[in-house]
Design a binder for this molecule. Structure first.
Ligand SMILES: Nc1ncnc2c1ncn2[C@H]1C[C@H](O)[C@@H](COP(=O)(O)OP(=O)(O)O)O1
Ligand SMILES: [Mg+2]
Length: 194
């Protein structure tokens, strides 16, 4: 089952909402042939499908809250297995959102070789999300929900970084500069993987 995933590289991409995770992941896909799995995108696809599960998810996401752990993890795992034959490795974007999610991921799937910590200032993230909200159509790109997502990020997700720091796999990337500049540092971190 998860055998297909045994020797694949796994990279966690962690950072606040609007920090630039998705933007950098796209560039990694183009250069390295990794598969990009955004937990948020997977969830939004489920919502778009109109399924009963999708409706429940939408209500949770609209409030800026975290979706139940097993739901997200199952979706990620299915998506990973589906891509196993063609994928060099995986970018797990926006997951884990909390330490417990990371622990469950490792139990059910495997250990990450690297955690890219995409770091931008709170005010920068808000600015980018407000701008993205003009065109993204995302129900959670509005001022009120953005604030909640940021609070939750600082409270629940920052401890994730500390958790993996002790393993020496965290690379902190300053995501304030322009996209291509940021990507140089992302690429250097990936090139450093053996
Ligand atoms: N380094 C950078 N400089 C300027 N804008 C950036 C940037 N990285 C990303 N953006 C823009 C693109 C998006 O409209 C918005 C949020 O980026 P994103 O990749 O969607 O973030 P995330 O996936 O972390 O929520 O900010
Ligand atoms: Mg994203």
């Amino acid at each position: 089952m998860a055998d297909k995933l045994k020797d694949k590289k796994i990279i966690f991409v962690v950072g606040g909402p609007g920090s630039g995770k998705g933007t950098q992941c796209e560039k990694v896909v183009a250069k390295y042939g990794y598969t990009h799995l955004s937990s948020g995108d997977l969830l939004r696809a489920e919502v778009a499908s109109g399924s009963e599960r999708g409706k429940q998810l939408q209500a949770i996401m609209q409030k800026g809250e975290l979706v139940p752990l097993d739901t997200v993890l199952d979706m990620i795992k299915d998506a990973m297995i589906a891509k196993a034959d063609t994928s060099k490795g995986y970018l797990i974007d926006g997951y884990p959102r909390e330490v417990k999610q990371g622990e469950e991921f490792e139990k059910k799937i495997g250990a990450p070789s690297l955690l890219l910590y995409i770091d931008a200032k709170g005010e920068t993230m808000v600015k980018r999300l407000m701008k993205r909200g003009e065109t993204s159509g995302r129900a959670d790109d509005n001022e009120e929900t953005i604030k909640k997502r940021l609070d939750l990020y600082y409270k629940a997700t920052e401890p994730v970084i500390a958790h993996y720091e002790s393993r020496g796999i965290v690379r902190k990337i300053d995501s304030e500069p322009p996209v291509d500049e940021v990507f140089k540092h992302v690429a250097a971190a990936i090139d450093g993987l053996k």
